[in-house]
Design a protein. Structure first.
Length: 128
């Protein structure tokens, strides 16, 4: 029998657009869609620095993982997308505060643009 997909939807993270889900539980894994620094209460990007938005992104991802039965402590793989690689160190400062050792494996790439004109987007997956 194939694995079932359980949709994750929590009001503690921004409401997803109709073409995607916040996350899915499949087997013993939780897969999260990419998050940007949107405040779920206002639906608007957090103002301030890339660090402020990174912190909001990681709070959003944490909420999705927890709604699916996982957590940032159980994260296995993280993908970071930056609009400017000059923000790499600033993002890493915030990132280090959210992920305990052993840190998940990770990729970080620079892209031309991101949703809503933001400067950082992060996606991740974690085990149950």
């Amino acid at each position: 029998m194939g694995l079932t997909k359980q949709v994750i939807l929590t009001d503690k993270a921004p409401k997803p657009i109709p073409v995607l889900n916040q996350g899915l539980v499949v087997g013993d894994m939780v897969y999260c869609s990419g998050q940007v620094g949107t405040d779920p209460a206002t639906g608007k990007l957090v103002e301030g620095s890339v660090q402020d938005r990174t912190e909001q992104v990681l709070r959003n991802l944490s909420a999705v993982l927890e709604a699916g039965g996982s957590s940032l402590a159980k994260a296995v793989k993280v993908n970071i997308f930056l609009a400017d690689m000059g923000d790499f160190a600033a993002v890493n400062e915030v990132y280090a505060k959210f992920f305990p050792d052993p840190k998940p494996v990770r990729t970080c790439v620079c892209v031309k643009s991101l949703p809503l004109g933001t400067d950082v987007e992060i996606e991740c997956s974690g085990h149950l």
